[in-house]
Write a protein that binds this ligand. Structure first.
Ligand code: MN
Length: 438
């Protein structure tokens, strides 16, 4: 069973009078919502969103259930805005993660609409895993703005997708949880004030999830607190030994640190380990002096540095251990590169069709991507906005995630292509509205 530890904090900030952010910390569901619109609209919208999602999503849910919960929240906001004209333009972002059951076991699904964010902190590295649905970021992805232009674009606050306006169309992805992973959900009140590098430093140094969440909020306030700030930090504290299983083969090769089984050694650590192994040989010339004895071979049974340090039967044993260790470390590194190169999937285009590849876009060293699955979606059917992503290769952490993305593309194709059926789909909410009005 995957188990999580969670820290969460929300704060009005230094400039605003009320907190329009809302958050939900439930058993297996975590949501950050940043409301907007009107006088009290923002507050109401974000509160409705988290309440509706909390009710709609129950334990044992799947990725689809999470998406359904997002849509339910959207309907709830629309219904409320319909009933109260003063709330007509309200909306909210929603970045939600849920521990869901999938074919790959329990995974963290992330559904996202708007410009709140989810980050994954893994192995000391922070990566933003959601795209901001804001005007400059959409233009950046379409290749019409540079990163530098997007960063200072005044339209940063114009959100292109929200709950409470038409079809929310959430982005969706899954993260296979490993012990030590930290998933951060936050509103833009944090990311406008605190850089990714500083966030990473806090996550690397503050072990307690609640303490880390409080620290991030305090930093945003110290830097100005221009907006409401909300932070949820989800720590994976038990992954059902997934990490250990995944790394067994690598650990056997000596390429892994045994204390953190899924963590690869850094270059410095590898060098330090090699230096330890080589230390006592420095004054000898290991390549010429070889009085091999049968006894020496007995020493070569372990690669533990402590054993190598035993001063008896010097040269030969040490030379053999050193060379073996070097070979194993290099072998481990090669295996690790292969594991990294082949450990991901991406969605691209091959022979005019959307195709799932295993590997990294463009390949890595001698590992070329291979076709994992072909689909019947033609490139010409795609929304223009999706094409650049696919031409670059849309990276996904797993085959399941790649399939989810393809499914999303397929929905978009179906939605955009057939106007009549699209309108028909939207008929059911209308029916609901009619019932409510009568
Ligand atoms: Mn905000």
């Amino acid at each position: 069973m995957t188990s999580l530890r969670v820290g969460a904090a929300t704060d009005v900030g230094r400039r605003r009078h009320n907190n329009e952010d809302s958050m939900l910390v439930a058993d297996r569901l975590f949501v950050v919502a940043d409301g907007m619109g009107g006088h009290v609209g923002g507050e109401v919208a974000s509160q409705i969103a988290v309440a509706a999602m909390g009710e709609a999503f129950t334990a044992g849910g799947t990725v689809d259930d999470l998406v359904a919960a997002v849509r339910t929240a959207n309907q709830a906001i629309l219904a409320r805005a319909d009933a109260d004209p003063s709330l007509r333009n309200m909306g909210t972002t929603a970045t939600a993660t849920a521990l869901v059951d999938s074919a790959e076991g329990e995974v963290l699904a992330v559904a996202h609409v708007g410009d709140s964010r989810a980050y994954l902190f893994r192995d000391g590295h922070l990566s933003q895993i959601t795209d901001d649905h804001s005007v400059p970021q959409e233009l950046l992805r379409a290749g019409q703005l540079t990163e530098a232009e997007a960063a200072v674009d005044p339209r940063r606050n114009q959100i292109t997708r929200v709950l409470g306006l038409g079809d929310p169309d959430p982005d969706l992805q899954t993260v296979v949880p490993y012990v030590g992973d930290r998933l951060l959900l936050c509103s833009d009140g944090l990311t406008n004030e605190v850089s990714d590098a500083i966030i990473a430093e806090v996550l690397a140094t503050v072990a307690d999830a609640q303490e880390a969440a409080d620290r991030l909020v305090a930093m945003a306030n110290d830097n100005g607190g221009g907006d409401n700030i909300t932070v949820i930090l989800v720590d994976v504290v038990d992954d059902d030994e997934r990490a250990e299983r995944a790394s067994e083969s690598l650990a056997a090769m000596g390429g892994l640190d045994r204390e953190a089984p899924h963590r690869l050694l850094s270059a410095d650590e590898r060098n330090a380990r090699l230096r330890d192994l080589a230390r006592d040989d420095r004054t000898d010339d290991p390549w010429t002096d070889a009085p091999a004895t049968a006894g020496a071979a007995g020493t070569v049974r372990s690669l533990e540095p402590s054993e190598v340090d035993v001063p008896a039967r010097r040269i030969t044993a040490r030379v053999v251990v050193f060379v073996l260790a070097l070979a194993l470390v290099l072998g481990g590194a090669a295996a690790a590169v292969g594991w990294y190169a082949r450990g991901a999937y991406f969605v691209g285009v091959d022979r005019g069709r959307v195709t799932i590849f295993q590997g990294r876009p463009g390949g890595l060293l001698w590992f070329d991507p291979t076709v994992a699955e072909r689909t019947d979606i033609a490139e010409s059917q795609l929304r223009p906005a999706d094409v650049p992503d696919l031409e670059r290769g849309k990276e996904e952490p797993s085959l399941g995630a790649a399939r989810d993305y393809v499914r999303l593309l397929r929905e978009r194709v179906a939605g955009g292509d057939v106007g009549a059926s699209g309108a028909g789909d939207r008929g059911s909410p209308e029916a609901t509205t009619t019932t409510a009005a009568s």
